[in-house]
Design a protein around this ligand. Structure first.
Ligand SMILES: Nc1ncnc2c1ncn2[C@@H]1O[C@H](COP(=O)(O)OP(=O)(O)OP(=O)(O)O)[C@@H](O)[C@H]1O
Length: 291
């Protein structure tokens, strides 16, 4: 199942994606069920997509496939019309940017792990990224409220994370894949970052997929949601103060070409949660009148 959003050429296109992690011999273990199958999604310039689901649902795997870190058939996943795994220029040019748990080990951050052990300033790290637009750099430093005199070996995890995020966003990406990188940020820093990212989509036409478990402040942020089904088994008490999650939990909503096709209450959702994947867009749901 899948959904097509937006009118322009897709910036991210996933068609009938099927993926199984290889075993120790490099091949999927015989008889193993694919982690991901029959998964399709099309996003366009300006789209901000939330990728949600419980631990182990496959969010990181999907982002890594999109980021070119796992090989799949080139026709299954296209980013900016190209295969991210086969076309390394996509990431090296900065057009495709992946910020996730492993991003510190990416080439751009090769020195970062060393830097945080040593007495290096935030300024040295940030200004050390070549080919940066000074205006964009200044804006990011402001958005992330970074004190350039911070010594990276002495600051808190959240402050260090801000420097990392700043470095990761310095190049004006066309597609950004965020794998829960805001977890160390305080509420204000996260809100400012989300605002900046929204502007990147609205003004520059970037496309963002953001995998997260933290739904606070996201009520009106995404244009699309991809919900991996195990979230439907979560306790209602996690959600009932968050309008976004409330609507997701109470309705299984498919929207294709911007048109609402199906909405149903939670008992129906539970019946249909056997489905391996749900893909939906954020509608302007009026929960009260739809009940
Ligand atoms: N390199 C790997 N080799 C084999 N299996 C893996 C590998 N990486 C992840 N998995 C398995 O794939 C499944 C999905 O993992 P993934 O990290 O994509 O989930 P996730 O939705 O991002 O979870 P979380 O919310 O905990 O970050 C898990 O069962 C995990 O054990």
């Amino acid at each position: 199942m899948g959904v097509v959003c937006g009118n322009s050429e897709p910036t991210i296109e996933i068609k009938d994606l099927k993926f199984t992690y290889p075993g120790i011999d490099g091949h999927p273990p015989p008889g193993s069920a694919p982690l991901i199958q029959d998964f399709s999604l099309s996003l366009s310039s300006g789209d901000r997509c939330l990728l949600v689901g419980s631990n182990g649902a496959g969010k990181t795997t999907i982002l890594k496939i999109l980021g070119g870190k796992h090989m799949v058939e080139p026709g299954m996943v296209r980013v900016l019309g190209r295969s991210a795994f086969h076309d390394t220029n996509l990431t090296s040019s900065g057009d495709l940017c992946y910020l996730g748990g492993e991003w510190r080990r990416d080439v751009a951050f090769a020195g970062y792990e060393v830097a945080i052990q040593m007495d290096v300033s935030a300024e040295k790290m940030i200004f050390g990224v070549a080919g940066t637009d000074p205006e964009r750099r200044a804006e990011l430093i402001k958005v992330l409220d970074i004190d350039l005199s911070w010594r990276l070996h002495k600051v808190s995890d959240g402050q260090r994370r801000r420097v990392q995020i700043c470095m990761g966003l310095l190049k004006p990406f066309k597609v950004l894949l965020l794998d829960e990188i805001t977890v160390d940020l305080d509420v204000l820093a996260r809100a400012d970052l989300l605002k900046f990212l929204r502007k990147e989509c609205e003004e520059r036409g970037a496309t963002i997929i953001y995998a997260t478990h933290i739904f606070d402040g996201l009520e009106d942020w995404p244009t699309n949601i991809v919900c991996l089904n195990p979230i439907l088994n979560c306790s209602m008490s996690n959600f009932n103060h968050n309008p976004l999650l409330y609507s997701m939990f109470f309705y299984q909503v498919y929207v294709a070409h911007g048109k609402l096709q199906l909405a149903m209450p939670i008992d129906k959702v539970k019946e249909t949660s056997k489905l391996s994947l749900m893909v939906c867009s954020v509608p302007n749901l009026d929960i009260g009148s739809s009940l």
